[in-house]
Design a protein around this ligand. Structure first.
Ligand SMILES: [Zn+2]
Length: 137
């Protein structure tokens, strides 16, 4: 387990990976479209991956509008699930055991990832994540 990438283990690292893919040139506000006007919300109690836009004064996360939004599961578990389901074809029961989550959560997660994948097999985690940005829920 120790040689797993940090984005499978840590939620902030998971956000940084997804942000680097979706915003290669820096954050873009999902509300007003302002470019490089946002700062990270940090400090005690701040949720991972949260940004504040100085242009429109609203908060956002890179996951807005994707399958990863509105989930109680941390993003690092989602990334691991993408790897296990999308690249290794792991089934629901094993996924639940591996991620140590409730079975209904594992079923929902797997279904969402399968929907993102469609019928084309993906060859890398990055490719799955890019597809997840294109599938707006
Ligand atoms: Zn904004």
């Amino acid at each position: 387990m120790t040689d797993e990438p940090s984005y499978f283990l840590d939620e902030q690292a998971a956000f940084e990976k997804v942000e680097a893919l979706r915003w290669p040139d820096g954050p873009v506000c999902v509300h007003c479209g302002a470019y490089l006007q946002a700062g990270r919300v940090t400090g005690r109690g701040a949720r991972a991956g949260l940004w504040f836009c100085r242009a429109c004064k609203r908060q956002f996360r890179v996951t807005i509008g994707t399958i990863f939004e509105d989930s109680h599961l941390p993003l690092n578990k989602w990334l691991l699930a993408c790897q296990l389901v999308g690249l290794e074809g792991m089934r629901g029961t094993k996924l639940r055991e591996h991620l140590q989550i409730a079975s209904h959560a594992a079923v929902r997660m797997r279904r969402a990832i399968r929907a993102v994948l469609g019928s084309e097999p993906a060859s890398s985690l990055d490719e799955i994540l890019r597809r997840a940005f294109e599938v707006w829920v």
